[in-house]
Design a protein around this ligand. Structure first.
Ligand SMILES: *Cc1c(COP(=O)(O)O)cnc(C)c1O
Length: 326
């Protein structure tokens, strides 16, 4: 059951909203074994990489595309660092409408672009940044009957808030802390909204890259966050804490999640884990880190961040010699 069907009573959907789904949501909440012990907390990962296109974007996209169809849009358009495009393209294909996606040229992971192309989206590479691409999309949507499905589309936030409901359902209680990456801030706003609607109060730690415009974490490489004002308001109300982490901290956290826990997310997704070193955590408190996207999204990062493979002769001696070296 997808998020529209499961959370129908808590979403702005009607009897005439198409029952669009690719089976998004209901992602695993995985208890961390080793990092829990290291940090002295009960740590869990909400693994959003298990969504149909491999990122949390699917939760909001399914609602945004269904509403676009309901409202008679001819197609959909988005600017993307990769995952929004992959998701937008898939749900457009599913709904039978065209998708146009704009990327910063040469700045997105190859697998994400492959996803958009595979399902037939029109992929345009903009000579400029993500922020330039978003401005162009807003103009296009303003002048055509293409609906903009970036997270400035409120239906995206509505769909994404369902992750907060799931965390509470899966844990059987409200966590003390939820940590996640902060790119444009849409997901931060969505979790804050979801927990508030569930009557839950907790600390939300939103983790941004120190060098936003050039971070290796390409999914959060956004210089001008679209939700800056809303995030600032949540900070002012004491509902969100923004933490800034370096690329080295993101990389270390990513490697730890992968090698200590066996959970493979993309580097950006580990920003929330990296932020935990910067905040006071009460001993034994329950902490949920949202791992926003799947590791297979950005295999280029593996080349840069892990040791190379070794070529050996197919003999037992050669193999044993290498294994002993490991
Ligand atoms: C989109 C995305 C983010 C950033 O989310 P925002 O809502 O823009 O803050 C983080 N990680 C991954 C994998 C993403 O796809």
């Amino acid at each position: 059951m997808g998020v529209i069907e499961k959370y129908r009573d808590r979403l702005p959907v009607t009897a005439s909203t198409p029952a669009l789904t690719l089976g998004e949501g209901n992602t695993p909440l995985i208890r961390s074994e080793r990092l829990s012990a290291k940090l002295g907390v009960e740590l869990y990962f909400k693994f959003e990489g298990a969504n149909p296109t491999g990122s949390f974007k699917d939760r909001g996209m399914v609602v945004a595309v269904a509403k676009a169809v309901e409202e008679g849009a001819q197609g959909i358009v988005c600017a993307s660092t990769g995952n929004t495009a992959a998701s937008c393209a898939a749900y457009a294909a599913r709904a039978g409408i065209p998708a146009v996606v704009l990327h910063p040229a040469g700045a997105i992971a190859a697998a994400k672009q492959a996803q958009a192309r595979a399902v037939g989206a029109r992929v345009l590479e903009v000579r400029g940044s993500f922020d330039d691409a978003l401005r162009s999309c807003q103009e296009l949507a303003g002048r055509s009957s293409f609906a903009l499905v970036n997270s400035v589309n409120p239906y995206r936030i509505e769909g994404q808030k369902t992750a907060a409901f799931e965390v509470i359902e899966q844990l059987g209680r409200v966590p003390d802390v939820l940590a996640l990456p902060y790119g444009g801030g849409g997901n931060t706003v969505a979790y804050a909204k979801g927990f508030a609607e569930a009557g839950a109060s907790l600390r939300i730690v939103s983790s941004q890259a120190a060098e936003r415009a050039v971070t290796l974490a390409s999914a959060i490489r956004i210089a001008e966050p679209a939700h800056l004002d809303e995030v600032a308001e949540l900070v002012g109300e004491g509902r969100v804490e923004v933490v800034t982490v370096s690329d080295d901290e993101i990389t270390d956290a990513w490697l730890e999640v992968a090698s200590l826990e066996g959970v493979f997310c993309e580097p950006s997704s580990a920003a929330g884990v990296a932020a935990l070193a910067h905040v006071e955590l009460g001993p034994g408190s329950t902490v949920v880190c949202v791992l926003t996207g799947h590791g297979l999204k950005d295999t280029g990062a593996i080349e840069a961040l892990t040791p190379a493979t070794t070529v050996v002769e197919p003999t037992l001696d050669a193999i044993l010699a290498e294994v002993a070296n490991a």
